[in-house]
Write a protein that binds this ligand. Structure first.
Ligand code: UTP
Length: 300
């Protein structure tokens, strides 16, 4: 039986300050991973999971995002005239991915605020949030697993990844209770970017969420938290500690490949890893890379 969840919300309205000056006039979600912007990987993942209605939350730089998913008639005509069938197919495929809607966040007041701007579009349905700068490897069906957990338990489902102590202060961290399945936990509490001494576990929240629509009522009342931003983690915590609001919150512990493209070093690792796996350029790139790394020995 398929899932009854069809709507995906992809926030892409953050300022991307870690990537300035590149992100002065383009959203960080448009930065290319080899030859495809990060956001396209995320939209493709949503469509693969059966989420046929995609809402992008955009900000002041919405032009590039909308243009990317729109037809490019002149470009298509030029490629057609040149007989460049492969590139033409790649360009057309983007516009045929699914129905994409847009809403503007206005002020980037935080991820929680971005999700709240989706309330009218989503209505009273369970929906999925995918962060526009967080990539999950195509081979890993994380969203499919999360939707299965939602079907079994109802309520909301978040994705967790075990991180070393040195990284807990970069993430929302969960206090969890085991269930019968080794990779599914019940969420008891959440804390946004704690110091390692105060962290309840090493389970960090990553950028995929299945959310009960009760989250919107909670977000309306959520005050700015850590960093002066309205935090999605704070609102999900409300759902977790007060099950009556919108059902339980569960976590799927993910051990596959995930890439944070909003951070410079992580972005570079993503590009190198995915480039080395590409059928078209991987061989040549990997050969160069091995040579380059060989020459690095002894430096630094
Ligand atoms: P981040 O915290 O990674 O994005 O948000 P940021 O604030 O743009 O990054 P830096 O720290 O300044 O470099 C995670 C996701 O949430 C979106 C971002 O676009 C990103 O996809 N986001 C964040 C919004 O849509 N609106 C916001 O107000 C904040």
């Amino acid at each position: 039986m398929g899932s009854s969840v069809f709507k995906a919300v992809i926030p892409a309205a953050g300022l991307g300050t870690r990537f300035l000056p590149a992100t002065k006039s383009i959203p960080k979600e448009m930065l290319p991973i080899v030859d495809k912007p990060a956001i396209q990987y995320v939209v493709e993942e949503a469509i693969r999971a059966g989420l046929s209605d995609v809402l992008l939350i955009t900000g002041r730089n919405k032009g590039a995002l909308e243009d990317h998913f729109d037809r490019a008639i002149e470009l298509e005509a030029t490629l057609e005239n040149r007989g460049d069938v492969e590139k033409l197919a790649a360009v057309k495929q983007i516009t045929e991915l699914g129905k994409i809607h847009y809403v503007r966040q206005g002020d980037p007041l935080g991820l929680g605020h971005a999700v709240l701007t989706a309330a009218n579009h989503v209505g009273y349905e369970t929906f999925v949030v995918l962060l526009g700068d967080d990539l999950i490897a195509e081979q890993d069906n994380l969203l499919g697993e999360m939707l299965d957990v939602h079907k079994k338990f109802g309520g909301s489902v978040i994705a967790l990844m075990e991180v070393p102590d040195s990284q807990v202060s970069l993430y929302g961290i969960a206090s969890v209770k085991k269930t019968d399945s080794p990779n599914i936990v019940e969420i008891l509490d959440l804390v946004e970017k704690p110091n390692v001494e105060n962290a309840p576990s090493n389970f960090a929240i990553i950028g995929r969420y299945v959310l009960d629509p009760a989250i919107f009522k909670v977000l309306e009342k959520t005050q700015a938290g850590r960093g002066g931003e309205i935090q999605l983690t704070d609102a999900i915590r409300e759902l977790a500690v007060n099950e009556k609001l919108g059902g339980p919150v569960h976590g799927v512990i993910f051990s596959g490949r995930r890439y944070d493209t909003g951070d410079r070093v992580s972005y570079l690792k993503t590009v190198v890893e995915l480039a080395s796996e590409r059928a078209d350029i991987g061989g040549e790139f990997t050969m160069w890379l091995k040579n380059f790394v060989g020459n690095l020995n002894g430096k630094r």
